[in-house]
Design a protein around this ligand. Sequence first.
Ligand code: ZN
Ligand code: ZN
Length: 446
Amino acid sequence: MAETLDWRRGEAGDLILAGARVVDPASGLDEARDVVIRAGRIAELASTGSASLDGAERIDAEGLLAMPAFFDPHVHLRTPGREDEEDPETGARAAAAGGYCGILAMANTDPVVDTAADVVALRERAAAEACVPTGFLATATRGMAGEELTEALELRDAGAIGISDDGLPIASSRVMRRVLAYQGLHGLQLALHEQDPELSAGGSMHEGEVSAELGIGGWPSVAESIMIARDCELAAYESARIHVQHLSAASSVEAVEAAKARGVRITCEATPHHLVLTDEALRSLDADFKMNPPLRTEFDRQALIAGLRSGAIDCVATDHAPHAADEKAEPIESAPFGVTGLETAFAVLHTELVLPGVLPLDLLVERMSAGARAFDFAQPRIEPGAPADVVLFDPAVEWEVGADGWESRSRNSCFKGRALTGRVQLTVAGGRVAFRRRSFALGVAS
Ligand SMILES: [Zn+2]
Ligand SMILES: [Zn+2]
């Protein structure tokens, strides 16, 4: 990925992924090839069995998919403040295990990331520890209080990738307007957690039939879509651009579609959990299904899938949100919002959407890395000359999401116990092997 992301660089080894089924959505390529990786770049897509390169490691990839590695524009690394839940090293390892070659971390840490010095400190930590390129957003408002703007020019110069108060909305329309106007000076992408705090007050799950039956406070979908509609209006008025995080509702997809149709500069994301699960999961009273925004209805889920298919929703983001087990063991009302997701994202969507024929594989692959473009990075490609950001995925492996075995320091997955088909076996980021599944056969030198 681009140089502005930080990671533990180092010598890139040469590799041949022999006989992989190469899927590159941008060129429409879907064919078995030998992928030759040399000096950190894709050197060649040779016909099967023909590639050789002195000193390269040869990996038998027959029957495996070789795809552009994924990019997640929305993760929580919990550093500083909650390194017991995640840090740049473990978060990046979790990302690599899920097939990611780039991640962007949110700024709602403790304390929040709202000064240039905070950004520099995190970048240094990622440069020392992270096995995949990692970027950091800073908050849009000081202390995430939603009142005073941060010094986005200084934050940008310190290397912040964008600004966001994720975790909280910017409730005041007046402050939001100023944030958008200021974007003209710094140009950083603004990522938005959309939630009207008055409409969602007291809500632990989606407001609907299930919350009524369970007697749990609801957070209605209109609390999200009303804010998206407001911010589309303001972005248009100030000629600014926005990236809307984790869409959860049909009405939100409609708001985005309407804005895009009239030329508002907006991109947006959906998470695997909102694409696969509904509020019915809360009947278990398991707080690993408590996230913000909440899981909604089957109607909303179908609208998100349709939006992903049509391009109204630009990309998949995990909103990987690690939490300590004892805090998630609390009752639904008092447990924190958030679920992990980096290590299961692609396997879940492959199992639930691609294999049943709901989404074509190449479309999902494209959406898994399109978040890069929303933040001005080149989207990973498998083509000669491109940086070697490649994931090898075995589409036939069957496995069950376990309670253990995570690279992440936390295990609050909402897919625990689920049977999945397909698993990431190897991730190459910038030409370096960032992840290799232990059970995956080692290659032999050519
Ligand atoms: Zn959020
Ligand atoms: Zn988030």
